[in-house]
Design a protein around this ligand. Structure first.
Ligand SMILES: [Zn+2]
Length: 110
């Protein structure tokens, strides 16, 4: 199940690029099958910078898995990057996790 941290922004999900939603559904599936975790979308559209993939509906932030923890998130990150290469040298579909206070998977497509 895909949960939304900000339910009032849930409609942005339908605006995301279809290829990105496909990756999100895959994350949803493996998070559930491997860790029994739901995923929580924390951020989608952000118009703050046209340089950000978020401004083009090509990026989404997904909160850290509850049961899988950081280790689980790293597993998901590596799995997704193998299955869905970003297609541009030096870039990844899920870049390294920021292990700071708000650890999350940033997921992007080209
Ligand atoms: Zn992001």
């Amino acid at each position: 199940m895909i949960l939304f941290k900000h339910p009032e922004k849930q409609r942005e999900y339908a605006e995301l690029r279809p290829e990105l939603r496909k990756v999100v559904r895959e994350i949803e599936r493996v998070a559930w099958e491997k860790f029994g975790d739901e995923i929580v979308v924390t951020s989608m559209y952000r118009g703050d910078s046209s340089k950000s993939v978020h401004a083009w509906y090509r990026g989404i932030d997904i909160a850290i898995l509850e049961h899988g923890g950081l280790e689980g998130s790293e597993w998901v990150r590596s799995y997704i990057n193998q299955k869905y290469p970003y297609g541009k040298l030096g870039c990844e579909t899920v870049p390294p996790l920021d292990h700071g206070t708000a650890a999350h998977l940033h997921v992007q497509i080209i």
